[in-house]
Write a protein that binds this ligand. Sequence first.
Ligand code: HEM
Length: 455
Amino acid sequence: MVPHKTKSTTEFPLPNPTISQYHIMWSLMQLVPFYSLPLILGAAFLFIKWYKSTPPTTFKKLPPSPPSLPLIGNIHQLKGTVHEAFESLSKRYGDPRGLVLVYIGTIPSLVVSTTEAAREIMKTHDLAFADRPATRMFKAISYNLKDGTIAPYGEHWRQVKSILTLHLLCTKTVQTFEAMRRRVLAGYLTKINECFMSNKPVELTSMTSPDPVVAADGFTPLIEVLLKIQKDDNLGITIDSDVVKALLLDAYVAATDTTASVIQWVMTEFLLNPEIMKKAKDEVNTILNGRKDITGEDLDKMTYLKAVIMETTRLHPPVPILLPRVARQDVNVMGYDIAEGTRVYVNVYAIMKDPKVWVNPEKFVPERFLDSSTDFIKHNFELLPFGAGRRACPGRIYSMAIDEMVLATFLYKYEWSLPQGVKPEDVDMEGTFGLANHKKVPLLAVAKPITIDGK
Ligand code: HEM
């Protein structure tokens, strides 16, 4: 295990070497060829960086940690996808209540893996963990933290988030994006019909993956709303062109991949569970009753389809580890002292299949949400695909409006099956760990159009 060292040299001074220690160091340096000096200085720099960044020994009680190596910390133990690696480190070395402290390089990082611990972070101590790390990479992709996703906790973030939540992604505005939803859908339907005409299976993974041109077109209504807001003098912050660009980038990065991931995994589960697909299809057919177009009101009534989506995001969360948070101050969580600056990774992938909370967690059972009061909003920190607390995702209504419309249309307009000769057990269920959790091996399906007379 890494010995926990001083927080800063001013608070916990490093020992001053004595004259004889200088002699020894100097003699050692004589043994080293001159050209290795940069190497040694580099190593010394990294060592001091690590030494300063690790929490102090005097910092009372730290959460349990796996053994780690200097400089790289626990990085060598992160095999496979990060959420799976975090889950196994937590099970093996962590407090069973769901906390383990790992070192990503030299950075102390608290991994949270149970409902109970998630509630502590995102409810009890939500304010203390409301920051995001201001890394160089994050600064580079957010017009210097002017967006809403990575911006540090503070007035700018508060205002930008309220623009997203109240003006851009609320039910009222999203309803006005009808044309955009239809454009996204029309693109999919054209591709599916082309596959049918040429007798080929549909490759659902790449078909639903964001095409920058289609996405940019889809974001036209967002741009219009943002430009309107830009002229509003009563907002309290200046919405300059960098903020507009940062918010659009937010919408593109945060929205497209995640929304597509839901469609891919729901379709995968449908193809593996034809009886569930039939139930969802029957619901859509009954509600539409032969009508040609699906409306927002129709979607509101599709409770089984909504349950399928919730169950899919539980088992295949588009964002398996919530975006990193940072402790804004020293804070005690479940009896452990968490130092200011510690990063926090909430592993919702582990939380959403915690056997203490979910019955048969590995099974795909949408029915569990039918008689339940749990949904994306009313949850007890066990259903967290959109996160929770102050830093929760503001895009839920927007992305669900698209996902429900696309999936209901897929069910209404096509008969879906696996390609001939492919059995459910042949379908690879491995996910990726990128911007969003996609299917690693593309999903192939046969889609046969259904003729709808249309009322
Ligand atoms: C299925 C679709 C989506 C999923 C699963 C998803 C998931 C998430 C998650 C897990 C977080 C981090 C929450 C946390 O740290 O507690 C997040 C944050 C965020 N999402 Fe989404 N998201 C989706 C769609 C969208 C859309 C459509 C938008 C906007 C157009 C959006 C904008 C954001 C923003 C701005 C944040 C940062 C919030 C903050 O830090 O205060 N997301 N999202």
